[in-house]
Write a protein that binds this ligand. Structure first.
Ligand SMILES: CC(C)(COP(=O)(O)OP(=O)(O)OC[C@H]1O[C@@H](n2cnc3c(N)ncnc32)[C@H](O)[C@@H]1O)[C@@H](O)C(=O)NCCC(=O)NCCS
Ligand SMILES: Nc1ncnc2c1ncn2[C@@H]1O[C@H](COP(=O)(O)OP(=O)(O)OP(=O)(O)O)[C@@H](O)[C@H]1O
Length: 230
């Protein structure tokens, strides 16, 4: 099984690239979706967050007010670290569970779209790692436009993550999304051939079919040895 890491900075274009993977039929695990699920009303993550941040961060229906919580954690590094510490175990096991379900289905190449891939050290479990890069001016403009927020808030969000240039140095593959979507699509086509190359033996051994083959071979081997014993 090949676990491909897909990361970048906030609003650098990860979803844009992950949608290209989906349109090519690749399964994508989106860490933002997992992170939303683990704080749904009544879950373990929800209880921990409410205990630490208080009832003020709740909407009338009891769900977490994400805009309000975001405002708190993106302007206060200590509160952000607290939230990260609270949710990291739930997000990690949620991602593991999604991967496991795809593994059971026999998926051989899985894309893990994880904004904090390097920060959480999950890059150690993925190869290759793709970083979606964008130049700083374009990133801030797109973030302000998409979230409808002023420049200062956009800067707080960008500064809450490892610098995008540093992420770029840790990448195996860089997609520059500073241009048009069409230009990104052209780069994606080249990346696709790299991602779709045949699995290595190690990757195959980790896939469902590989484990099944190894187990079958082991059982057949043991039976053959037993049969030949005097
Ligand atoms: C702070 C929260 C409530 C804001 O929610 P909101 O709906 O406004 O944003 P959303 O979840 O869609 O995240 C948007 C982007 O913000 C960035 N981001 C989210 N959380 C963090 C964080 N803790 N540190 C740095 N950047 C973050 C990511 O690039 C993400 O793609 C939410 O992001 C959250 O619960 N974050 C903590 C969980 C987490 O670490 N998520 C990232 C998954 S790896
Ligand atoms: N090449 C592009 N040209 C113009 N706009 C783009 C391009 N790529 C992405 N965008 C726009 O920029 C914004 C951010 O893109 P996207 O949502 O893909 O980023 P992201 O990295 O997934 O964000 P997040 O970190 O918040 O999950 C969106 O509004 C998207 O439509």
């Amino acid at each position: 099984m090949r676990l491909v890491g897909l990361t970048g900075g906030i609003a650098s274009g990860k979803s844009t690239v992950s949608n290209l993977f989906i349109s090519e039929g690749f399964p994508v695990v989106d860490a933002d979706v997992v992170a939303r699920d683990v704080v749904k009303k009544g879950t373990g993550g929800w209880k921990k967050v409410v205990k630490e941040f208080g009832n003020d961060i709740l909407l009338e229906n009891g769900e977490i007010d994400r805009a309000r919580l975001g405002h708190i954690v993106f302007s206060d590094p200590a509160k952000r670290q607290l939230l990260n510490r609270l949710l990291a175990p739930y997000i990690c096991s949620g991602i593991f569970w999604e991967v496991f379900k795809l593994w059971i289905k026999g998926s051989k190449v899985i894309i893990l779209d994880i904004p904090l891939l390097f920060e959480s050290k999950m890059d150690q479990q993925t190869s290759p790692v793709i970083v979606v890069w964008v130049d700083p001016e374009t990133q801030i403009k797109r973030l302000m436009a998409r979230d409808g927020i002023p420049e200062e808030q956009a800067k707080n969000k960008i500064n809450a993550q490892m610098a995008l240039d540093q992420k770029k140095t840790k990448a195996n593959i860089v997609i520059d999304n500073s241009g048009t979507v069409e230009e990104t699509r052209l780069q994606f086509q080249k990346v696709l051939s790299q991602i779709s190359r045949p699995l290595t033996w190690k990757e195959y051994a980790l896939s469902r079919d590989g484990i099944f083959l190894l187990l079958t071979s082991a059982v057949v081997g043991v039976l053959a040895v037993r049969k030949n014993l005097p």
